[in-house]
Structures are given as C-alpha cells and as structure tokens.
Ligand binder design. Structure first.
Ligand code: SAM
Length: 264
C-alpha cells in the first residue's frame, strides 16, 4: 500500500540533474519540489479553524489515545526542554506541559495553525515556559545541541524533504537527546485494510466537504498517508539521519506508528 521510495525526490529521465525536473509527492500527484510547500500551506490555511474538530471526527477520537501514548513514551520531565515541530494546534506541546515537562517551543510553518495553537494555549493557561515560532522543520533556526527532546506529530508526512527534517532534528538535539515522531503508517492487519480504504477515500473526503467545506484537503490527507514510508523504511531513515537505538511501535493495527531515536 505504501510506496517505500516515496520520501525521496525524483528526477525525470529525460533531463537528469536539472533542478526544475525534481519532483516530490503531493498526495498521488508528482509536483515540482518547490510547489509542495505552497500546496501544503493552502491545505492547512484552509482547514486551520476546523482542524481540531475534524481530527476528532475523522479518527473517532482515537488520535487522542495515540497522542497520550506518544506523550507517555516521551516522558516529560521538568528539567528537560522540548522543540515541537509542525506543532499545529498544540496537542503534543500541551501534553508535554501537562505532564510536567520543562520549557517548550511550539513551532509550525503555518501561521494560521500556530495562531489556533496559541489561542488554545492561552485558554488552557499555558503562558509560561512556552514560546511560539514559525519554523520550517527542514531548516530549524536553533543552534546545534540546544534542546533535550524534539517531536513531530502528523507533520513529517507534509514536509518536502523528510530526511532533512530528521537531520535537523538530530542537529539541534543535545547529546543524549531524543527525537520522536507520531505519524500515519502502513496497516498491518489484512482484515482492516478494506475498511480503512473505504474510510480514507470515501468517508474522509465527504466529511471534509460537509464539515470543513473542503473535499480536496481531505483527499490529499488520504493520499499522503498512502505515500508515506512504512514503519521499517522510516526507521531506516532515522538511522540514515544518524539516530541510535531506533525503534518503533505500530498503533491500531499499523494505522499509525510512533518512531523514536536518540542522539548519542
Ligand atoms: N502536530 C499537530 C498534531 O499532531 O495535531 C499538527 C499536525 S498537522 C496534520 C500537520 C502540520 O504540519 C500543519 O500544521 C502544517 O502547517 C505543518 N507543516 C507542514 N510542512 C511543514 C514544514 N516544512 N515545517 C513545519 N511544519 C510543517
């Protein structure tokens, strides 16, 4: 179901090496490398105000369970700092702070998503030990070896150069620091696959149309999940980026997975 090579960029055969010929996936479409970010931006500009309600509806609330498991493994501690990449509306950052974690930097490339997250933070009373920054996860504006934990939850799939994100995460981690990723993955229970396909390609776009008035963004969601590297491929990418003690745990029959790696 997953194209294991899809995290790589591709060059067309007739003009290898020409920058303009490099493409990447945007859902099932191959688009020029430079076009993916504006397309992803348009998706999240469009869904930002309805993002949280759609998450609950689309996953029937299960994303909250996955995020709780993710946070439990992240094991927040007061003396540790967190950089949350593609933090969106803040669930992972809030889990960290609620769990007693130290200073957090919540980041996203999209101002609208981050603004929803900021409003939610204020409503929850998270006003100290939290800063916000518009950041492209592929080029993190932090010094080498500056944070204890880096997270990305349902964000890596939307990035153009996924290996660059992993390398950047490792660069900014202190030695002994940990990077964790929560993302959709490859379903491993055969009986689940047909139901999941109908849910992804029929139900989700229809929900998107009815609730968020945006069918295309939820069609992209379903396609982008299928194009994302499977569990083993992503673990290999972690290793290629230099992480040690790489491991993963499939969730809900492989619908999602938690990957973890350490900077030695
Ligand atoms: N982390 C949140 C969560 O788990 O609910 C939000 C995930 S949302 C599906 C994906 C987020 O990735 C969006 O907010 C989007 O703006 C962000 N994103 C996409 N490309 C990015 C990039 N290159 N750098 C940082 N964030 C990016």
């Amino acid at each position: 179901m997953t194209d294991n090579a899809s995290y790589e960029t591709h060059e067309t055969a007739d003009a290898p090496g020409a920058a303009s010929d490099k493409t990447t996936d945007f859902g099932y479409r191959a688009v020029p490398l430079t076009e993916k970010k504006p397309l992803v931006r348009a998706v999240f500009d469009s869904v930002a105000s309805r993002y949280d309600v759609m998450n609950d509806l689309m996953s029937l609330g299960v994303h909250r369970v996955w995020k709780r498991m993710f946070n439990a493994q992240l094991a927040p501690q007061p003396g540790l700092s967190l950089l949350d990449l593609a933090g969106g509306t803040g669930d992972v950052t809030f889990g960290w702070l609620a769990g007693g974690g130290g200073p957090a930097i919540m980041t996203d490339i999209n101002e609208k998503m981050l603004a929803v997250g900021r409003d939610r933070a204020i409503a929850r009373g998270y006003v100290s030990d939290l800063s916000f920054c518009v950041v492209d996860a592929e080029q993190i504006p932090l010094a080498d070896r500056s944070v204890d934990r880096v997270t990305i939850s349902f964000g890596l799939r939307n990035c153009t150069d996924k290996l660059a994100v992993l390398k950047e995460a490792r660069r900014v981690l202190k030695p002994g620091g940990r990077f964790m990723c929560l993302e959709f993955s490859q379903v491993q229970v055969a009986a689940l696959a047909p139901v999941y396909d109908v849910w992804s390609f029929k139900v989700l776009p229809t929900m998107g149309q009815l609730i968020a008035k945006d069918r295309e963004s939820y069609q992209y969601l379903a396609e982008s999940i299928r194009m994302f590297p499977d569990q083993e491929t992503l673990a290999d990418m972690f290793r290629e980026a230099g992480f040690a003690h790489v491991k993963y745990q499939s969730l809900s029959g492989g619908i999602a997975a938690i990957h973890s790696g350490w900077r030695l």
